[in-house]
Ligand binder design. Structure first.
Ligand SMILES: [Cu+2]
Length: 264
């Protein structure tokens, strides 16, 4: 059996599959500065996977056809073992591919970490995951939203998320930003992102976290959590002012209540 032509055919078939998947746009809209790098990494992985898939499936189909048992042929197959060069090849090639993917992943994912360490002038948000929802505290605005409130962010400003959980492991995932990070109890995980498009985006808990897990997917009709909103700087400032105003009113009415209560 001629091996090389089959490998080349496998490469071509795999490449065609990969290109089709990329052209068919299986990815959601890119709405963050980091999304492009992540997508390029994804396409890089997809290309490798597609080519390997093409080669493996072609060899499988050819082997199934060529070495099939003919009618009335009851013989055992040949017992083949110990082809050193082949074993070296099938060890070295996957090793090189896996290392390339690991290095590519490390470079892209670490760029997000570095930004988080840099503590740029943007928003800093504490995210608490719980069964079943998210609670947001805007650390540099002194805004503490109630549970199940909408996360509102200004466009083109970097955001540092500090994630933790009140109960089990959740995972904060906004597909349009290509950002996903675990919210782990007893631990704070950081991730930074810069939203670049005004709009409303899905937020999904990417970790099976209990019976209400599906409700933590804003893309589903029975979702219990609101989508994320990215707005202009002016709209964000107005929203911040309103939150502060509402909080002040709530505080003063609570104070009035307790004063009235003390008179009774
Ligand atoms: Cu969850």
């Amino acid at each position: 059996m001629k091996v090389l032509p089959l490998v080349l055919l496998g490469v071509v078939v795999g490449a065609v599959i990969s290109v089709l998947l990329i052209v068919l746009r299986t990815l959601p809209v890119q709405a963050s500065a980091e999304a492009d790098d992540i997508d390029n990494l994804y396409i890089f992985f997809l290309g490798f996977s597609g080519i390997i898939f093409g080669i493996v499936v072609l060899f499988l189909l050819v082997a199934v056809y060529r070495f099939r048992a003919r009618p009335n042929d009851e013989r055992e197959g040949d017992n083949i073992h110990g082809i050193t060069w082949l074993e070296v090849v099938w060890t070295v090639i996957p090793f090189v591919i896996v290392m390339l993917c690991a290095i590519g992943g490390l470079i892209v994912l670490r760029s997000g970490d570095v930004e988080a360490q840099a503590r740029t002038s943007g928003q800093q948000i504490h995210v608490l995951g719980y069964q079943f929802g998210w609670k947001y505290d805007y650390l540099n605005q002194e805004i503490n939203l109630r549970e199940q409130s909408t996360l509102v962010l200004p466009v083109n400003e970097s955001v540092i998320f500090e994630l933790t959980s009140a109960d089990v492991i959740h995972s904060f995932w906004v597909p349009a930003w290509r950002m996903q990070m675990n919210a782990t109890p007893g631990q704070t995980n950081e991730v930074s992102i810069t939203p670049t498009k005004i709009g409303t985006y899905e937020i999904i808990c990417a970790f099976l976290c209990g019976v209400g897990h599906t409700g933590m997917n804003s893309a589903l009709p029975d979702s219990i959590i609101p989508k994320v909103q990215v707005v202009s700087k002016a709209d964000f400032d107005a929203w911040v002012a309103k939150q502060k105003d509402d909080a002040a009113k709530a505080a003063s009415s609570a104070a009035a209540d307790s004063a009235a209560g003390s008179v009774d």
